[in-house]
Design a protein around this ligand. Structure first.
Ligand code: 26V
Length: 854
């Protein structure tokens, strides 16, 4: 048993004892006297010769091999470390500059960062690509081969994690003081494979070949407590206080990653935490003489940062997940208070020093954690601690699905975090008093708004806690924010209308245009100059070129080149032979019913059925290749059945000579950031077909538009804003809008009515149901078909006809290549708004109020 008090020695507090003995922190231990002590010692030279030397030094002294005997992985690691060296010099400079003049900063708290490969991004940020390329050539090495040796860090599930990665990229590019905090999972999102058309998950051991981008600090351990109980005691001043006597502890080990700004000399920090057992962890087992058992039991603590949970919408209430959440947030807040702040900080000034941005509810336990520190370690009374805490957090909600809103059972919270549970009760009490004051006599409202819910079991509603404690609450696209205000959090927006705001998501143009689409980037730069990469609004200057025949031809050439690139990638990576000259129609995102991959599939089956039944003359059909990319949560049955169905349909269509040269489906396994970077630039058509009112924003939709694909989409999430910007003529809208969806659902939706009244739909469904795609096995498709006909929660059948009609318009439009190119160019020119630089500007101006630049 260890006491949890006195872990913050950063400041004032009153009567705290010494640092507990298990805390063996070894920070800077001497007063640095040398003139070079604040480093960096030198900046590596930006020349080919200099780069060759640095690279060989890393190879010889880092990897311990001469060039002549080095493996591909040796070379990759040496290159990564060489480039990291260039970054480190700037990182130290950035940190020194920020320490000299501390401003309010952002602590971005996110359980996920879906970073993608680092090498290319670091080369681009440091403007070293050409130098590295030439330097490696001189060593007889192909840079591209080394690029491909990198395993991407997949420390996120999908949109939410990738958004966090885009945001930290933008903040560095804008020179904004920010530390990203998160978890260093040993295993990221699983690797997807297909066995007989079904998804099989393989562990993602992303660190197995070394982690050249991270800088561990095993000497700076942060203690994190769990379990146990609380006690009241009377302090020296006669006031009653509480202490938490924990049941078990783990240590947080800091891993730093550098986040380079785009060619601006700024490098920010991403700090990920790894769990390690305390030395005292199982002392009693050691003492009992069972050494081996004691060492083995350490893995219990280390499990906390072992693996990323692959569910991306339905929380399972797993204890280990709550441990992960508390672990990384406790480490991060401690780290900020103790290491990032000047030592003389008065915690009452905290709101002028920090704003913690909560990326969804996953870090919300940070709210009672800060309260605990302020009350129990800094001795502030509840009211004062609450007044401070309420200014230190802002909350972003990323969903609309009711089942995705996190709740934690009170019994689990009491067991794992007893002090936090007490504090949550205290917060709830004063909050509900506020509600009663604002709405006297409205007890129903009080119950609806309570942070503690009663059904189906007593639990903490994390979104309520986040909303109550935050300065601002934002949704991630206009429509989403409106629905948050009107539906999901309507009671709260009635009480605090000024708290609610929107910040439409964005994507980083560095990774998703400049790096991933070098051909288009060159065309843009040749046309309007270089400034667009850090100022995406400048893409507007391309608008006039939509009318320029020569430019349109060049634009088409770029698309064709990008199609060649993806063809080569899919051949090498998956053994898929993409047919050439097709309309490339792409749907890539997590597999979820609300995203409606089955609607896309029904469209393909409809086209196929039309041809094989003789109804449609194959010669009149636009040759089309559909590319799917989608991982299913391992426990999500319907999603996995849908994957099987897509693979089954693909196999039959791709091998049926009657549609050869006309229809093709590619479903490469393991869609990830690396594949996205190759696929998106090649797409003609972007599928954004979620049921209106369900997709909070989407960010893939933005990447496609920026790379010159046209969107076929519903009025959902950021599609709404894309359409407004590009114009109705350059967007294929279909389906019900959100009010129509609500109306149909209120009236009682009957999918069979659509099946019965729509012949083409019926024939498509019947063809699947007949076992045509599954070797006659009807059972194999019954889950998906049964759901479509008798449940269809996301109204696939209701939107079917409208979707088919919109796809017919796509075909007609694609037949006129000049007009299509014109639209595609306008998509690029008009979507600069979706730069994550703009999102960050919005957060900075409207939520964080921090300064950028020095
Ligand atoms: C939820 C959960 C629930 C428990 C298990 C683990 C887990 C992991 C992630 C999430 C968050 C799901 C919400 C999410 O990813 N939302 C997506 O956020 C994107 C960025 O704002 C947005 O573009 C997508 O529309 C939205 O679905």
């Amino acid at each position: 048993m260890t006491e949890s008090q006195a872990v913050i020695s950063a400041q004032p507090a009153a009567s705290r004892g010494d640092t507990p003995s298990y805390l063996h922190e070894r920070g800077p231990s001497f007063a640095p006297k040398h003139p070079l002590a604040s480093g960096p010692v030198s900046t590596p030279p930006h020349t080919v010769d200099g780069f060759v030397k640095e690279f060989l030094r890393e190879l010889n002294y880092g990897q311990g091999v001469p060039l002549s005997r080095s493996s591909l992985n040796d070379q990759y690691l040496a290159l990564a470390r060489t480039v990291r060296g260039y970054l480190t010099a700037r990182w130290l400079q950035t940190a020194t500059r920020r320490r000299q003049k501390p401003h309010k900063m952002v602590g971005y708290l996110s359980a996920e960062y879906l970073l993608g490969r680092q090498l290319d991004n670091a080369l681009l940020a440091t403007d070293l690509t050409a130098i590295a390329d030439e330097a490696l050539k001189q060593c007889g090495i192909d840079l591209d081969a080394l690029r491909q040796a990198e395993i991407e860090p997949g420390l996120g599930n999908g949109g939410l994690g990738r958004l966090a990665a885009c945001f930290i990229d933008s903040l560095a590019t804008m020179d904004a003081p920010c530390v990203g905090y998160g978890l260093r999972y040993e295993y990221g999102i699983f690797k997807q494979t297909f066995v007989d058309g079904r998804q099989v998950e393989v562990p993602d051991n992303w660190l197995s070949m070394g982690g050249p981008w991270e800088i561990p600090h095993p000497e700076m351990e942060v203690p994190v407590h769990f379990g146990g109980h609380t006690e009241r005691y009377v302090g020296e001043d006669g006031r009653e206080r509480t202490r938490w006597i924990s049941g078990w502890d783990v240590l947080g080990i800091r891993y730093n990653y550098m986040v380079p700004g785009y060619q601006n000399g700024v490098v920010n920090t991403l700090r990920l935490w790894r769990a390690r057992a305390t030395r005292a962890f199982d002392l009693h087992i050691f003492n009992a003489g069972d050494y081996a058992e004691a060492v083995r039991s350490q893995t219990f603590a280390e499990n906390i940062s072992k693996v990323l949970y692959p569910e991306d919408s339905t929380p399972q209430g797993k204890e280990l997940r709550l441990q992960q959440q508390y672990f990384f947030v406790a480490c991060s807040i401690y780290d900020f208070l103790k290491h990032t702040q000047p030592t003389d900080l008065d915690v009452r000034d905290l709101p002028e020093r920090i704003i913690f941005q909560l990326n969804d509810t996953h870090p919300v336990i940070g709210i009672p954690e800060l309260m605990r520190l302020l009350m129990d370690d800094y001795d502030l009374p509840f009211d004062e601690a609450w007044a401070i805490t309420r200014q230190c957090f802002a909350y972003t909600c990323h969903t609309l699905l009711p089942e995705a809103l996190e709740v934690w059972s009170v019994s689990l919270m009491e067991r794992l975090l007893p002090r936090h549970m007490e504090i949550i009760y205290m917060i709830n009490e004063v909050f509900l008093e506020e509600v009663r004051e604002a709405f006297p006599g409205d007890e129903l409202r009080v119950r609806r708004m309570s942070i503690i819910g009663d059904h189906p079991e007593r639990s903490v509603r994390m979104a309520h806690l986040a909303t109550v404690a935050s300065v601002k609450v934002n949704g991630v696209a206009e429509l989403h924010s409106q629905l948050l205000r009107d539906k999901v959090l309507s009671d709260f927006s009635e009480m605090w209308p000024e708290k609610f705001t929107n910040v439409t998501n964005g994507v980083t143009p560095r990774r998703f245009v400049r790096q991933s689409n070098p051909n288009l980037s060159k065309l843009i730069t040749d046309t309007i100059g270089v400034g667009w990469v850090a100022n995406l609004d400048r893409l507007r200057e391309l608008e006039v070129y939509a009318e320029d025949e020569e430019f349109r031809a060049k634009f088409r050439e770029v698309k064709a080149l990008n199609k060649e690139r993806i063809t080569a990638v899919l051949k090498r990576r998956d053994g898929i032979e993409l047919p050439q000259g097709h309309l490339l129609d792409v749907m890539v995102k997590r597999l979820h019913e609300y995203k409606r991959q089955t609607l896309k599939l029904l469209h393909m089956v409809t086209l196929y059925e039309g041809i094989i039944s003789g109804e449609v003359d194959a010669a009149t059909v636009t040759p089309r290749t559909v590319v799917f990319g989608a991982k299913a949560a391992p426990g999500y049955r319907m999603a996995k059945e849908t994957i099987f169905l897509i693979n089954s349909v693909a196999k039959v269509i791709n091998n049926d000579p009657r549609v050869e040269g006309k229809l093709f489906i590619a479903f490469p396994a393991n869609y990830n950031v690396t594949l996205a970077e190759r696929l998106i630039p090649a797409a003609d058509l972007s599928e954004q077909i979620s049921l209106a009112g369900k997709e909070a924003s989407g960010t893939g939709n933005m990447k496609f538009a920026l790379n010159g694909a046209l969107t076929i989409g519903t009025d959902d999430g950021a599609n709404v804003e894309i359409r407004q910007l590009v114009g109705d003529d350059n967007f294929f809208l279909f389906g019900m809008d959100e009010p129509a969806v609500a109306e149909l659902q209120a009236k009682g939706y009957q999918p069979t009515a659509y099946y019965e009244s729509n012949e083409r739909l019926r024939r498509a469904i019947n063809l699947i149901d007949s076992g045509h795609f599954t070797d006659g096995n009807r059972e194999a498709v019954s889950t998906v078909i049964g759901d479509l006909l008798y449940n269809d929660r996301f109204l696939v059948l209701a939107d079917y006809q409208s979707y088919i009609d919109a796809q017919a318009k796509v075909e007609a439009a694609y037949a006129d290549q000049e007009a299509w190119s014109r639209s595609a160019i306008l998509n690029v020119a008009r979507t600069g708004f979706f730069s994550s630089d703009r999102s960050m500007r919005d957060y900075i101006d409207r939520i964080w109020h921090i300064k950028t630049g020095s």
